[in-house]
Design a protein around this ligand. Structure first.
Ligand SMILES: [Zn+2]
Length: 304
């Protein structure tokens, strides 16, 4: 197990998974902006004046190497000098050591703190941290805005807005479908309100952290969908639905929402798990400090 970075895996049984290099699909979105996917997760990378700015690393050493190879092909002759972590999760940002070990790594201060304390094998600690909601970035000749309006998904989630390209990249938050099953670590207290805040910015292309590139209308529908599940999950209490039973929640919430949201890809297979997760927000009170009305402020104190 020591020969490769293993994240938090402890079993030699995981090595084959960690080593596998998936096929990557790359597409150019604007003059200096590309998107890349392994078929499930998705990210973006940018061509700077002297090097590449990569968002995240993908989720295994093998995927990080495949990401590096795909970037080298798209932007020949330039190395990855900068990595920006969108959030702390290993399946997106766990393997900078396999992607570009010498790069500057930029992250939100809360994300950086979690990563430092976690000590996962392969997840390099950020070298430059940002605090606050809004950052006008000027990196290697590239200008864009990083936004962290508050707790949404994971810790210290940074979304990237490119005004000139009319593009928003927001990882593991809103999706253009209903395929995010378990939704672990979504901070539902403020989630939809903070996500809708991104609609105040001018953009038309939405790049999610998973699945296909979408547009503003599908982003807005993604917000409506999560809000509708929140609404019907609360109604389930009043109707004495056994809210801890997958099939019961699938039938109840799925039945209520099929007409408006049944066209979302993955709806039938995932609505049960999504509503089971969301209903427990109301039962138990949420994820923790992040699920308080001023969650961002509380966590900022924690990092001081
Ligand atoms: Zn995540």
């Amino acid at each position: 197990m020591q020969a490769i970075n293993t994240g938090l895996f402890t079993s030699p049984g995981a090595v084959a998974y960690l080593k596998r290099e998936p096929d990557m699909q790359v597409g150019q979105l604007a003059e200096r902006i590309w998107t890349i996917t392994d078929g499930v997760r998705r990210s973006i990378f940018l061509e700077g004046d002297t090097g590449i700015v990569a968002f995240d690393t993908f989720g295994t050493p093998g995927a990080a190497r495949a990401y590096a190879g795909a970037m080298a092909k798209a932007v020949p002759g330039k190395a990855v000098n900068t990595i920006i972590y969108t959030h702390d999760h290993l399946d997106h940002a766990g393997f900078a050591d396999d992607l570009a070990p010498g790069a500057e790594i930029i992250a939100d201060e809360m994300c950086a703190r979690v990563i430092r304390l976690r000590g996962a094998s392969g997840q390099l600690v950020p070298t430059r941290t940002l605090s606050g909601e809004h950052h006008e970035m000027d990196v290697d000749g590239l200008r864009f805005t990083l936004l962290n309006p508050g707790p949404t998904h994971g810790t210290g989630n940074l979304s990237a807005w490119f005004p000139d390209a009319g593009l928003l990249f927001s990882s593991d938050t809103i999706l253009p479908n209903a395929r995010y099953g378990l939704m672990p670590d979504y901070h539902l207290c403020n989630f939809v309100r903070l996500m809708r805040g991104f609609l105040d910015f001018d953009w038309d292309v939405f790049v999610p952290g998973r699945f296909e590139v979408a547009d503003r209308a599908r982003f807005a529908k993604g917000c409506d969908f999560i809000e509708a599940v929140q609404e019907e999950s609360q109604r389930a209490f009043a109707e004495f639905v056994p809210i801890w039973v997958l099939e019961a929640m699938q039938g109840y919430v799925g039945g209520k929402l099929a007409e408006c949201f049944g066209d979302l890809d993955g709806f039938d297979e995932h609505i049960g798990l999504i509503s089971l997760r969301i209903v427990h927000h109301y039962l138990m009170g949420g994820w923790g400090l992040e699920d308080t009305p001023e969650g961002g402020l509380v966590l900022a104190d924690e990092t001081a």
